[in-house]
Ligand binder design. Structure first.
Ligand code: HEC
Ligand SMILES: [Cu+2]
Length: 484
């Protein structure tokens, strides 16, 4: 029993017992009597703290034993009065619960575990010979606990390492991205791989430790004890603030370095204007006077894309090139993007910004050719324009994206089909009708809002034909007339 060690060898230890249960005091007293070698004397038994305070001066006990399990005696007040200061008086909170052999010498609800050592030390201070407390219950319990702690750390660390290896393996073997077809893809993928590694590490660390704690330290049935009182750990807190901060700063640095690399400009790029409209792409080569519905690029030469939109926000994205850029409507909102294809092949432009009904279908072919094939393509595009207005009209209808909304085979898209429209009677939204002649068609293209075909909630966007000349529109009308 630990009280022995608190005793001074020359005088008996004078003890006052505070409990509202007479059995508690009698039990302690008979326990002490059975151990005469402890040299103690119970000098009084009180049932409330007020009583105890009354007799304290009179009896001058060396030690007060308080019934820890007794709600009548206010142990908080006791601690408050006597634990701090008050000279040589010692207070022991004593619990007879849980087998009756455990003395609780402090109330962990009001005192941190780390403070108990100081408290006990304070007790032995007033004596000439500082006493050792070899079988302090705190020590007894904490040694196996510390060994347990080591075990937890090792098992949890193993779990985290296995998780890390697994998630890293999974992440690096998942084919999330298609082949690398541009010079810009290389640094981007390196960054991506680095992120994957960081994700694997952080995921495993957080989830691993969390799952381990949830399972191993869960509340068992019938255990309603309080958890340990923890004050904090400055070293740990500084560490877990500074480490993520440093990591995030490094990511910012690394990310901007990669961004810089993808924007690095070659002195003589191939200029291509990329124009998105609902729901088609148009590619113009200002240096060659070419307008195309497919994007054709020479390999190993940087293309400087000047990206814009005629209506809503679209986004130019060729996954194999990795880089992506919004296409914004309005003058002065053009955006630049640099792509240096490194693989001859065929790819697809996708719109990466939800832009309406046929967004999913806003695709355009991309062909990367060798320089000689590209030159041949330039030749074919800049060759003499067809003499036939119908043929020219078919090309314009394609280039200006009309066919994204109008079919030529009678099927319904967003707009009415062009098949057989010429000469037919068109019912309009306002209830009137009109025979579709050249004037009507021309007006429908130039001022789509003026006469809206019945059954179509949204008029055709006026922007689609804005950049077309009257001659081009004449050709398109000739083309529509040919569709019978
Ligand atoms: C974003 C979809 C869209 C695009 C792109 C589009 N149109 Fe339309 N168009 C419509 C809709 C919807 C209507 C029916 C409502 C209306 O009359 O405005 C229509 C109506 C028309 C009509 C009247 C047809 C009829 O049956 O009476 C003509 C002609 C026409 N469009 C020509 C064109 C031409 C030429 C282009 C390309 C320069 C084009 N459209 C591009 C959506 C589109
Ligand atoms: Cu789009």
């Amino acid at each position: 029993m630990q009280l022995m060690n608190l005793n001074n060898a020359s005088n008996p230890l004078r003890i006052l017992i505070a409990s509202s249960h007479p059995l508690f005091a009698q039990g302690i007293r008979s326990l002490l009597q059975k151990r005469p070698e402890m040299d103690t004397e119970v000098i009084g038994m009180v049932s409330t703290i007020d009583e105890a305070l009354d007799v304290l001066k009179k009896l001058e006990p060396d030690l007060v034993i308080v019934d820890y399990d007794d709600d009548q005696v206010n142990r908080e007040e006791f601690l408050a009065r006597f634990v701090e200061g008050e000279g040589r008086l010692r207070v022991v909170l004593f619990s007879l619960k849980e087998g009756g052999d455990q003395a609780i010498v402090y109330d962990r609800r009001t005192m941190a575990a780390s403070q108990i050592e100081e408290w006990l030390e304070g007790w032995s201070h007033g004596d000439e010979k500082p006493r050792k407390i070899p079988d302090k219950p705190d020590l007894e319990q904490s040694t196996p606990k510390r060994r347990d702690g080591m075990k937890h750390i090792i098992v949890a660390a193993l779990l985290v390492i296995v998780l890390m290896a697994g998630s890293y393996f999974l992440l690096s073997n998942t084919q999330l991205l298609p082949e690398q077809a541009s010079a810009q893809a290389l640094p981007i993928d390196e960054l991506f791989q680095f992120d994957f590694t960081a994700i694997a590490v952080l995921f495993s660390l957080i989830i691993g430790l969390m799952v381990y704690s949830i399972i191993v330290f869960r509340q068992r049935k019938g255990d309603d004890a309080d958890g340990p009182h923890i004050e904090g750990n400055s070293r740990l807190e500084v560490l877990w603030t500074l480490a993520p901060l440093a990591f995030v700063l490094f990511l910012a640095y690394y990310g901007s370095a990669v961004l810089g690399e993808t924007m690095a400009a070659d002195p003589k790029p191939l200029r291509v204007d990329v124009i998105g409209s609902q729901w088609s792409w148009r590619f113009e080569y200002p240096d060659y006077g070419i307008i195309s519905t497919e994007m054709v690029l020479p390999v190993d030469k940087q293309a400087l894309l000047n990206i814009s939109s005629t209506d809503v926000i679209h986004s130019f994205w060729v996954p194999e090139f990795r880089v992506k850029q919004d296409a914004l409507p309005g003058d002065g909102f053009e955006r630049e993007l640099r792509v240096t294809p490194i693989e001859v092949g065929e790819y697809k432009v996708r719109c990466a910004e939800l832009c309406g009904r046929s967004h999913y279908d806003m695709l355009a072919p991309v062909r990367v050719l060798s320089q000689s094939d590209f030159d041949a393509w330039l030749q074919s595009q800049t060759g003499p324009v067809s003499e036939d207005p119908v043929e020219r009209g078919a090309v314009f209808a394609q280039q200006y994206g009309c066919l994204a909304c109008h079919s030529i085979d009678g099927s319904e898209l967003v707009g009415p089909t062009w098949l057989g429209v010429v000469g037919s009677t068109v019912m309009l939204e306002d209830g009137t009708s009109v025979v579709a002649d050249r004037d009507y068609l021309y007006k429908s293209i130039r001022e789509p809002g003026a006469q809206i075909v019945a059954g179509y909630q949204n008029p055709m966007p006026a922007s689609v034909a804005m950049e077309m000349s009257d001659e081009q529109i004449d050709d398109v009308i000739a083309y529509i007339e040919s569709l019978k």
